[in-house]
Design a protein around this ligand. Sequence first.
Ligand code: ZN
Ligand code: ZN
Length: 414
Amino acid sequence: MKGVLVILDGMGDLPNKQLGDKTPLEAANTPNLDFLATRGEMGYMDPVRPGFVPESDEAIVSIFGNELISSTRGQLEARGTDLKLTRGDLALRVNFATIDSWKKGNIDDRRSGRTLTTEEADILAQAINNRVKLPVKFVFEPTIQHRAVLVFRGGFSDNISGNDLTYVEGKNKVHNKVIPCKPQDDEENSQYTANVVNEFLEKAYEILDKHPINEERRRKGLLPANYLLLRGAGIEVPKLKLYKKWMSANYMPLEIGFARTCGMKNFAFDYPKLKGLDSYKNLWDGLKKACKFSIKAIKKNHKNFDYAYIHIKETDLPGHDNKPAEKKLMLEYIDKTFIKFLRKFAPPNKVKVVVTADHSTPCKLKAHSADPVPVLLYNDSVIKEKQFSEKEARKGTLGRIEGKELLRKVGFVR
Ligand code: ZN
Ligand code: ZN
């Protein structure tokens, strides 16, 4: 193996009062990241382009050298599950969400409080699959936590908008309002597709809102998962650059779908089920499993591949929830497990290591931002005094990098 690319989702942050005006990465005790940083180079990256606020899929697609197209998300998510897709099938990314009522359409929570258990999601999905009657076939598949995938079978258009006004209007302002899916061109099929999707949404709402699972959640003071937010409509396999000699250890549907679509060999594990109300317990279980699994996957397979892509998702969530101390703890945990392994593994095997993020998710903004992310490249060079942090990375010799140049800049592609 020649190199390992580690993406810590949403790692980038801004100075935070709760951490004495340091970022979580700056405040965290990360001797192993610092070890790698001091024996290499640092820089900072605009994952898509300066000023652009990326979603994870947009960032990953860019970092691997591809142009952005809006229809990619649903397809990649669906390809990260076991669903079989044929051309023309319409795939969408779905969140279980909470709205006040169908009529008013105000979004109370985009993830139903992130307390929907795996079992509840399965039961609700079954109700949707069995009881929503449409003139076309569809499959609704819950994936991890509040996430799901929806596929309509047949010959559809993917030129339709989603139903979350924030994503339709662009992400610079949050609108807590749902809208009907709309055709984005004058084609009859786009109008037809939008009609089918909207009919599905209304019928699904009727079933979800009155479902005993949601009655029970209301009794417990929890948000009902009574609505489905859709985005990223796609009907074709996204055309991505191929990375044949790469392996990956991704475990979320989007990243699995991405790895598969660009020809990597992906090693996945089953994500721990969300059982109780503590979504952070589930996140920590997932994080621990991810670190352990990534070490195992590299140890076992490094002789068969040139590069590995490891994407750790959990670090994004404390940013969305404004939990800087939690984010710092997660970074420390990753440092003393997976990064510690890389520190031992990389030098004798002459492996380069890149650690970066797909975007910043500053705790105080509770959302992704356009702030550049720090990049470290370990290449066993002479020791320079450096600590891996947003601030230090800006002074680094790699300079400012645009996402699509990263892999060439660090020598992972020619
Ligand atoms: Zn992300
Ligand atoms: Zn995020």
